[in-house]
Design a protein around this ligand. Structure first.
Ligand SMILES: Cc1cc2nc3c(=O)[nH]c(=O)nc-3n(C[C@H](O)[C@H](O)[C@H](O)COP(=O)(O)OP(=O)(O)OC[C@H]3O[C@@H](n4cnc5c(N)ncnc54)[C@H](O)[C@@H]3O)c2cc1C
Length: 478
């Protein structure tokens, strides 16, 4: 039997694929990276980077208008969307060299630009070249799902793949989808001067989150003038040019028509699995999803799938984590390693909403014995100093204090959740967080203060009386 030409062939040069390629080459593997468009993937071109850059300008516009909250003169701002989007493009350009074909070729990766397909279980063909490999990694990501509803083919719409190309003003935007992408972009456009309406079939925004946490974000969006139509079904689209109409049926069956100049679809994602020759590869697909085992392997054991196309949570950091798992399998033959179940995430609205592990809703639904602890940001000195008192931290523990999950809604929640991600991955207890010194005055104090709630719970009047007796204390008796 002839030896395969490559140790690893990666299909898709986005967040996950690039890490496999760079890591594999650094560890001495012979790697080919096949990309049909341009290296960088969704995160760089149409996802995390542009959306967070846009949100930053939008936040500044909001803070300038509301500067009196910090005792400064409020400044009316009328953002020029074209300039803001040029900044977005500039930030992408500044990061792009890290993901360029030249850089990867310099690392020793054989970068092949083109779309190919499996022609056999161990062969991928691209640009007429047949690549054989010991391990293949499908890292082709996902794309916006477009609902098959009347009028969709005639109406002009934006998705995350086109919205950052906008250079014209957006007087009024209708967003379909109140998940993280829809909510972030709704707030960004509202703060940049657009009228914004959001429609979602779910009864709350950010449906994956606990209602009390999502409500904090919702309240802020509402106070800024974002109009929500929740529990509402889109039944059709109409219009052309800058006159878009979305017909919506509310929960009470009443039908209304929303009018706007622009329409943004942010209602789910579809895995990119078409055209890859999966039949020839012996890879099973069920219901438009790849069938994988718990170790990211398809039923063809030499073919893995990572990142968005793998069908679980869709985050850049998870795609990168998957890449690490595949490298362990492919290079070190550590076939037993599995992806970590501890996946933190954050929605970067203002306030942010971050989570890791079990939510309160999930804990209740699963019937697992649990306790809930909460602490509000308005009791954190730094939050008061910053004028960022909205929100809270919430812990889910087992009855003995072992951490099961954490949610933080408030300023910099995405940064703060990292401590709980580490704590959960190390199987820690609330008491471990309580015992760690947190710098004062930081927002991170909330991580300790919420964990302290568990200690305080143990301090019943009876326990207090015993402490007084044992240590001869003279305070008032409970
Ligand atoms: C608006 C938006 C905001 C987001 N914000 C965040 C965030 O703040 N934080 C976060 O963690 N995640 C965020 N995400 C999600 C994040 O972008 C994705 O989870 C991440 O990019 C997935 O990485 P991936 O490697 O699976 O796919 P991608 O990075 O999308 O890479 C897939 C690559 O495969 C290529 N490809 C596709 N088909 C083929 C083919 N047949 N042959 C060859 N190549 C192919 C594509 O061109 C692409 O380059 C956001 C997503 C969106 C849409």
């Amino acid at each position: 039997m002839t030896r395969p030409e490559f140790d690893i062939v990666v299909i898709g040069g986005g967040a996950g694929g690039l890490v496999v390629a760079a890591g594999g080459a650094a560890l001495g593997a012979k790697v080919a990276l096949v990309e049909k468009n341009r290296l960088g993937g969704d995160c760089l071109w149409y996802g995390c980077v542009p959306s967070k850059t846009l949100l930053r300008s939008a936040r500044l516009a909001y803070e300038m208008r509301n500067a009196d909250r910090w005792s400064l003169p409020p400044t009316p701002v009328e953002p020029d969307l074209a300039r803001v989007m040029e900044r977005v493009a500039g930030v992408i350009r500044s990061i792009e060299p890290n993901d360029s074909p030249e850089r990867f070729r310099g690392l020793g990766v054989d970068v092949i630009l083109g779309a190919g397909r499996f022609v056999a279980p161990d062969t991928f063909e691209v640009n007429g070249r047949r690549l054989t490999a010991t391990t293949f990694v499908i890292a082709t990501g996902s794309r916006p799902a477009v609902p098959h509803l009347p009028g969709i083919d005639d109406v002009p719409y934006l998705t995350n793949e086109t919205v950052f190309d906008l250079r014209e003003p957006v007087p009024s935007l209708i967003v379909v989808g109140a998940g993280p992408i829809g909510s972030e972009l709704a707030q960004a456009f509202r703060r940049l001067g657009s009228e914004v309406s959001v429609v979602d079939i779910a009864p709350q925004i950010l449906p994956r989150e606990d209602p009390d946490a999502a409500a904090v974000v919702m309240q802020q969006l509402r106070s800024e003038g974002v109009r929500h139509h929740l529990g509402a079904t889109v039944v059709g689209f109409a219009g052309r040019g800058n006159d878009v109409r979305v017909t919506v049926r509310a929960a009470d069956e009443s039908v209304s028509v929303l009018a706007g100049t622009h329409l943004l679809l942010a209602a789910g994602r579809t895995a990119n699995i078409e055209g890859l020759g999966l039949d020839a590869a012996g890879v099973r697909v069920e219901g438009a999803r790849l069938v994988l085992d718990g170790r990211l392997r398809t039923i063809n054991r030499r073919i893995y799938a990572i990142g968005d196309v793998a069908g679980g949570y869709q985050f850049t950091h998870l795609a990168e984590h998957h890449a690490g798992i595949v490298l362990r399998h492919a290079i070190f033959r550590m076939k037993w390693t599995k992806p970590s179940p501890v996946v933190p995430w954050c929605t970067y609205t203002d306030p942010e909403l971050a989570r890791v592990g079990l939510s309160e809703t999930e804990a209740r639904g699963s019937g697992v014995a649990h306790r809930i602890y909460r602490f509000a940001f308005d009791e954190i000195d730094r939050a008061r100093a910053d004028g960022a008192t909205a929100g809270f931290a919430k812990l889910v523990t087992d009855p003995k204090g072992k951490l099961l999950g954490a949610a933080i809604v408030g300023a910099h929640a995405g940064e703060l959740i990292a401590e709980y991600a580490l704590a959960l991955s190390k199987g820690m207890r609330a008491g471990d967080i309580s015992g760690a010194i947190h710098a004062y005055p930081t927002l991170a104090q909330i991580n300790r203060r919420v964990a302290d709630q568990r200690l305080k719970e143990g301090l019943t009047p009876r326990a207090r009386t015993w402490i007084q007796r044992i240590f001869g204390l003279r305070g008032t008796r409970a």
